[in-house]
Design a protein around this ligand. Structure first.
Ligand code: BMA
Length: 316
C-alpha cells in the first residue's frame, strides 16, 4: 500500500505539457513523439521521432536551455531513412541516445522499418549534424534498444526487445566490437496478469546510480478497447547488468491527462528519453503522449532511488 502511494507520486507531469506538438514544427508533419533525450553543450537535446504525411517517420533535433520551454527545432529533418537499404526502406523510429565517454561520441540506437519488419540500428555522432551509420545490429523483429554508456569486461552491452516465440521480453546482448553480438539473455519478462503482462520494452537510456542501473521501461496491458502503455522501474546490477536486483510492482507513470488519452493512439505514455537536471537533482522523463505529441514528467532522484530500493528483490 505504502509503496503504491510513493509510486503514484514519484513523477509529476509538467503543467506546460505537451511541450512539443506538430503545430511547433517548421515543416508539415502528422505527429511528433518518442524522443531520445540527452544533455549536449549544457543544453537539453531531443531527437524526436517525426511522422510525415505519408505515415513514414524520420528523426529531427530540438534544443532548449531549460528542457521545458523555448525549443529550437531543426528547419529540416536531421536524420532520414536511407531508403536504398533494405532495413531502412520506410522509416526511422523511437531513438535512444547515450554518450560513450571512452569513445567521446554519442551512440544513437533507433528502430528501422524496412522490408523485413522492425529492427534496431546504430548511428554515431559527435555533433548531431553528421552521422556515421553502422547499420542493423540484430535480425528483425527487434525494438526499444540502447547501448549502455560503458563497457563491461571490455564488451559493449545492448538492451533490446526482440520478439521470440511471440513473446516480448527485454534482453541484453554483448559485443566486443558493436558488430558481432552474442551471450543473449532475457532480463525483464512480461508479468502475466500485471499491467505489464503483454509486452515490455526499454524506456529511456539506462541511468547509472550508486545502487546500479536504473531502468525505466514500458509495459503494456491489453484491453477490449486496445493497449494501455505505462511505465515501470527496475534496477540492474552495476557490473553484471543482466542481473535484475529490483523491480517495481506498480507503474510509476501512465495515461491520465487528455493529451495522453486523445491522439493518434489513445492511452499511450511512451518514455524514450531521460535527462537529470543537476541543479535540482530531478529526472526529466520525455515521452510520447498518445503517439502524436511530446510531454515530460519530473521526479526527484533521491526519492526515485529510495523507492526502487524498497521495491521487491528479483531472484535469478
Ligand atoms: C509501440 C511502438 C511505439 C508506439 C507504441 C504505442 O509498439 O511502435 O512507437 O509509440 O507502440 O503505439
Amino acid at each position: 500500500m505504502e509503496l503504491s502511494k510513493i509510486a503514484q507520486n514519484l513523477f509529476r507531469k509538467y503543467p506546460g505539457n505537451p511541450i512539443l506538438t506538430k503545430k511547433d514544427w517548421p515543416y508539415p508533419i502528422n505527429s511528433v513523439m518518442n524522443p531520445a533525450a540527452i544533455k549536449v553543450d549544457g543544453e537539453y537535446l531531443l531527437l524526436n521521432r517525426v511522422e510525415d504525411l505519408r505515415g513514414f517517420s524520420h528523426l529531427c533535433v530540438a534544443r532548449s536551455a531549460d528542457g521545458l520551454t523555448k525549443w529550437r527545432i531543426d528547419e529540416k529533418p536531421t536524420l532520414v531513412p536511407d531508403t536504398n537499404t533494405r532495413e531502412e526502406r520506410f522509416a526511422l523510429e523511437d531513438p535512444r541516445i547515450v554518450w560513450l565517454e571512452e569513445q567521446k561520441q554519442f551512440a544513437i540506437t533507433y528502430v528501422t522499418f524496412g522490408e523485413d519488419g522492425p529492427t534496431v540500428a546504430l548511428a554515431i555522432t559527435r555533433n548531431f549534424k553528421t552521422f556515421a551509420r553502422l547499420g542493423a545490429l540484430l535480425p528483425p523483429e527487434d525494438k526499444d534498444a540502447c547501448l549502455f554508456p560503458r563497457r563491461f569486461n571490455g564488451r559493449f552491452a545492448l538492451i533490446h526487445r526482440p520478439i521470440v516465440r511471440g513473446e516480448a521480453h527485454i534482453w541484453i546482448s554483448m559485443s566486443p566490437d558493436l558488430k558481432h553480438w552474442g551471450d543473449h539473455r532475457v532480463v525483464l519478462k512480461t508479468r502475466h496478469a500485471y499491467w505489464d503482462g503483454v509486452r515490455v520494452g526499454l524506456g529511456c537510456q539506462p541511468i547509472e546510480i550508486p545502487e546500479g542501473w536504473l531502468i525505466v521501461y514500458h509495459g503494456v496491458r491489453g484491453t477490449t478497447a486496445g493497449a494501455i502503455y505505462r511505465t515501470g522501474l527496475a534496477l540492474l546490477d552495476r557490473d553484471e547488468p543482466w542481473r535484475v536486483l529490483r523491480r517495481s510492482e506498480e507503474w510509476v507513470l501512465g495515461p491520465s491527462e487528455d493529451y495522453e488519452q486523445i491522439g493518434d493512439v489513445g492511452s499511450v505514455t511512451f518514455v524514450t528519453g531521460g535527462v537529470i537536471n543537476d541543479a535540482t537533482n530531478e529526472l526529466y522523463l520525455y515521452y510520447g503522449a498518445a503517439d502524436d505529441k511530446i510531454a515530460v514528467a519530473i521526479g526527484n532522484m533521491d526519492v526515485i532511488r529510495d523507492y526502487i530500493m524498497k521495491c521487491p528483490k528479483v531472484s535469478d
